[in-house]
Ligand binder design. Structure first.
Ligand code: ZN
Length: 319
């Protein structure tokens, strides 16, 4: 059976050593699959000319971030195996890899980051059957169950609209890649008066088939009143009248008194992860990231052959 290993350089399947999945260090090989452009899923540099299997949006953003000329591949077909991409629902343009071993007919899915819930036009991951599943487990603990997205956003909308009405300077802190685009497609977008230049720059790198940004003014300075979409860690400021708003799954943990946090996540919650595993119906499950050990344990309780994909100290070159 196709067997993955995780090293400090990324994920490799023993039977297909030339391909690296979500490399975290400069890959030795010339072919890499990158599921999405969050910095924990790609290296900080990569060889010029590397063949990158990714969506067009991910490819554009990676080439921009790493300032390198890369070669774009949508799918890969060799004598030994094939790789196709399917949307993973984590952010606009994010994908999971479906790998088929031509000799045995076995399939392996590497999820990357994944979300089975639709959010404002971004479709959730649609499960498909596979023999081996490598699934992320960011929220792979039973305590993480997210509320209904529509209800949550209704509350968030009311809160932000109210803060705006009473003249507050509302800063919506968000990841410039991923969450920002989701919020810009949500009803909240109509309350936003300005977006940070960094978010604007990323918006323009998405392929139009994945994301078309709404027309909202770009603001490099924040006005005294209004609603502004800003990167998660903006430079320190000592503005008065600020109301800070956050959208993150970790809001389930926090009870901040000086800010407004809403648990809108780009990852599947515990129940969503379980559903994906059930529908994939794999013979073997590997869990990775976040609560990977806890989630593997939960899956074993359900009768799955599951284990956490631990980092192996060896280098990819040794396989
Ligand atoms: Zn991510």
């Amino acid at each position: 059976m196709l067997s993955p290993i995780r090293t400090r350089q990324g994920i490799v399947i023993r039977e297909i050593p030339e391909l690296v999945l979500d490399p975290t260090r400069k890959p030795a090989s010339n072919i890499a699959f990158i599921s999405h452009p969050h910095s924990d899923h790609h290296p900080s540099n990569i060889k010029r000319g590397t063949q990158l299997i990714a969506s067009r949006s991910t490819f554009n953003i990676i080439a921009y971030k790493l300032k390198t000329v890369l070669s774009f591949l949508e799918t890969l077909e060799t004598d030994r195996y094939s790789l196709i991409q399917v949307p993973s629902g984590h952010m606009h343009g994010s994908t999971s890899a479906v790998i088929r071993d031509n000799e045995t007919g076995e399939t392996l899915i590497y999820s990357g980051d994944i979300n089975d819930r639709e959010r404002f036009g971004l479709k959730g991951y649609e499960s498909r059957k596979a023999d081996v599943l490598i699934i992320e487990a960011t929220y792979g603990h039973p305590r993480y169950l997210f509320p209904d997205t529509e209800e949550l956003m209704f509350q968030a909308y009311e809160t932000i609209e109210n803060l705006k009405r009473i003249g507050r300077r509302v800063l919506i802190h968000t990841y410039s890649l991923g969450k920002a685009q989701i919020l810009l497609k949500s009803p909240i977008a109509e309350l936003i008066d300005g977006i940070h230049p960094q978010i604007h720059t990323y918006n323009r790198l998405f392929s139009p088939e994945d994301f078309i940004p709404p027309e909202i003014p770009v603001k490099s300075t924040i006005d005294e009143q209004g609603v502004f979409l800003v990167p998660k860690k903006p430079s320190r400021n000592n503005w008065s009248n600020v109301a800070n708003v956050y959208f993150t799954g970790w809001a389930l943990n926090s009870y901040r008194t000086k800010s407004y946090s809403f648990p809108l996540s780009d990852h599947a919650d515990f129940h969503g992860l379980l559903e994906i595993v059930k529908k994939t119906d794999p013979e073997k499950v590997y869990t990775i990231y976040g609560y990977h050990r806890e989630f593997a344990k939960e899956l074993r309780k359900w009768g799955y052959n599951a284990e956490s994909l631990e980092i192996n100290q060896s280098k990819i070159d040794s396989f």
